[in-house]
Ligand binder design. Sequence first.
Ligand SMILES: CC(=O)SCCNC(=O)CCNC(=O)[C@H](O)C(C)(C)COP(=O)(O)OP(=O)(O)OC[C@H]1O[C@@H](n2cnc3c(N)ncnc32)[C@H](O)[C@@H]1OP(=O)(O)O
Length: 421
Amino acid sequence: MSISADGAAGADPGPTSRWHPRVPDESEFPAVVRLVGEALLGGKSDAESYRELTHLDRTLTVFDGAQPVGNTTALPLTMTLPGGARRVSGVSAVGVWPTYRRRGVLSALMRRQFADIRERGEDVAALFASEGAIYGRFGYGPAASAVSFTLPTRETALRPDAPRDPALRLRLLDAAEARKEISVVHQAAAPQRVGEFQRTEAWWTRVLHNPPGNPFSDLKCAVAEDDAGPLGYVLYRTRQVWDDHGTADSALRVEEVYATAPAAHTLLWEHVLTRDLVTSVTCDMAALDDPLFHLLADPFRARRRHIENLWIRLVDLPAALERRSYAAAVDVVLEVADRHCPWNAGRWRLTADTAAARCRPTDQEPDIRLDAAHLGAAYLGGTRLGGYLAAGLLSEAAPGAVQRLDTALHRADLPYCGNVF
Ligand SMILES: CC(=O)SCCNC(=O)CCNC(=O)[C@H](O)C(C)(C)COP(=O)(O)OP(=O)(O)OC[C@H]1O[C@@H](n2cnc3c(N)ncnc32)[C@H](O)[C@@H]1OP(=O)(O)O
């Protein structure tokens, strides 16, 4: 029996599992789409839009006869990580047919997927979880948080000393027309934030899609630019509303803001906050440390709600720890429990400084005993191992070892991914 991050010691869906995941073929894909749509209670178009993004050879499906009963895929994402951008497996489209749940289908899929990811030479997997209780047992840890928020426009203003540049201009256009310009801004902004990934054409098609039946307008885009070109953009939708007295009460929903200069950021937010007829601006997802929260004259006016963002899994633990950058020197022996990637389990000596890192097997006594999920949570620098220590979920034999490791893993920015996958 092994310990796991969720404290459970459940059934091990090892090679004796009755489920044998395999790559589906093109003719089977429509049934896979239906399975994922049904499991996630998503609309048909939701699931279908995955086809463009899905690489069949990175998809695994469990069949019972001809019927697909479980699925997962690993999207190839070039994600910004501490240490630079590299290929990450973006795990998505996870679903089990409702009459097959709790019979080990997901466990069989996860186990096979980890082996495939490792074989491809990718050391980190990332996902957005539908529920918090699913992925800890598989060695994923909650690595990033985000906020959604609402701003009542009549009570909201930006600080007078917010950076403003008279050389900047703003253009409002249909989002599809702006595709090329804004992709350049996004490409430049993504490396600045741990957790963001570079968007392919298929991703842009998905981001700029206008779903039928949406009560909000088609996507609009405001681009902030100077003579050298675009420096930022905001994508948003509006909904025209008149209250019972015939007074304008319209809503504006910000889908995303990316800027490579602080003054562009100010200009874009001032644009959405001052659109005529709008009384409330909402944003479904933003980084916890989005510059906007510092720029508001009264930050209390932003009604914020905490939401979960990326979960991270170190599939090849020594490779992932060696490829990471560190904020301070550390020399620590870790004893890692890993039920689903047994090649990670055991003792590792991590020796790192701000220039390089080395992670090798050792038989030295451990300083910290923890689960692979704890290292996944801490990997992006947004979750402190000290929290798990305080909760009694990991232990340290050498006093201060967790604090030293947290210091080395520290990042000045908070991790965030602006694209749910
Ligand atoms: C990255 C993404 O795509 S996120 C989307 C995830 N998908 C969904 O939420 C769709 C709806 N749910 C489902 O399709 C399924 O219930 C799944 C995929 C969450 C789980 O699939 P199952 O085949 O039932 O999981 P499986 O039987 O392998 O369970 C493994 C273990 O996880 C536990 N578990 C599975 N799902 C959950 C859950 N939602 N909450 C709590 N525990 C869970 C099981 O009890 C079992 O525990 P044990 O090891 O202690 O016995």
